[in-house]
Design a protein around this ligand. Sequence first.
Ligand SMILES: [Zn+2]
Ligand SMILES: [Zn+2]
Length: 482
Amino acid sequence: MSKQNGPLSSSLKVKGSLPLLLNNCCVLPKTFRAMNFKSLHFLLSIITFFLFLSISTSDEDPSSSSAIISRFQQYLQINTVQPSPKYYEAADFIISQAKSLSLESRTIEFVAGKPLVLLKWPGSNPDLPSILLNSHTDVVPAEHHKWTHPPLGAHIDSHGNIYARGSQDMKCVGMQYLEAIRRLKESGFEPLRSVYLSFVPDEEIGGHGGAEKFAESDEFKKLNVAIVLDEGLPSPGESYRVFYGEKSPWWLVIKAVGAPGHGAKLYDNTALENLFKSIETVRRFRASQFDLIKSGLKTEGDVVSVNMVFLKSGTPSPTGFVMNLQPSEAEAGFDVRLPPTANPESLERRIAEEWAPASRNMTFEFKQKESIYNKFGKPALTAIDKSNPWWNLLEEAVRNANGKLANPEIFPASTDARYFRNLGLPAIGFSPVANTPILLHDHNEFLNQAEFLKGIEVYESIIKAYASYDDDKSTESFTDEL
Ligand SMILES: [Zn+2]
Ligand SMILES: [Zn+2]
């Protein structure tokens, strides 16, 4: 099920040849007098060679900004687009990064063909609970022709914006973790607690073959994790958004049936008429929830969101659809998300009685339906007060990196963090990306390279604070009290 990825290897660092070059320069005047033209030419060639070597090797310095950005681009260029992500390419890339950082690595396949890469930076006190930095390797599809730059190209424009699917969601975070560790190692920092990094598959299709199985596994138990960090959202402003809970996805399909007939005939009880009545009811509910946000009475994280994501009906023909036949079946799909404060029973009643009433022969099914409660029957929320030392450490660490946290929120969509919160573990959603429009799942997703680099410093500060935190009571209160 799981395999080690070979022995640890130390990082290979190519240094420039500047000292040698300077030595050459210093002896130049004296040597010059004693030289004929041929040997002078020879000496100049050598100098030019070392100058060239110095410039070209400084580009290869793994800590340089250009090397960091180029590694990010490489990861973005790997096609991990759902529904056919090239997971092994991503795994190979991550393992090669781990080797260059002397991190231990392991690949676990909870589902065949869906590797999860687990990296470890061992702490000096293995008895202390560990830190888990989670990120998903898959990305959602893109409509290539609607992008200004190809979604797998990682093109950098004149403003330094890197265009790619996954640049915000969430290959950026995976790479920022690794680059922060690179910097910490270079600074000589040694963690007290072990730091694990999990690169998981399938988040974008529910996480069932990835984080869900991982969180339930014995392998996970053995890691003795105290705190999980996972993705957040970019912040359009200066302050970093941060999340302590999230909405639960209910992916709902409503089905209508009705009498078929001539396309020219007006009659009652057609499938599409029945479906339209439901769609109108859902639309009114959606507007009522949205109005609560618009009026300022509630925030995005407090309301139920519902959006229609597909409509399916009609009788196909070689030229499109048959135009003079009213279909006998129709269905619509809705992405519904419930905040932790929702009343799931009341929403389910609403669906059965108003959105898909049996009185109109309507039926419904859930493609996904997750509880808002953790396994202890309590809302799956991470404490954001003094009772949670990890929260205070995060606030302080971000401040130390000259960043500011916005007020903590409920994540409006879903992330793998929910599988860890379900265990009663604290999990914080945080992407250190500010001054950036939110373009997750949108066209032209991009991230500015300067913002990406700044985020590495923020993680450096967080990982340092977390991995140094010396209190073995840090997990006790989280398993059953939330
Ligand atoms: Zn994501
Ligand atoms: Zn996503």
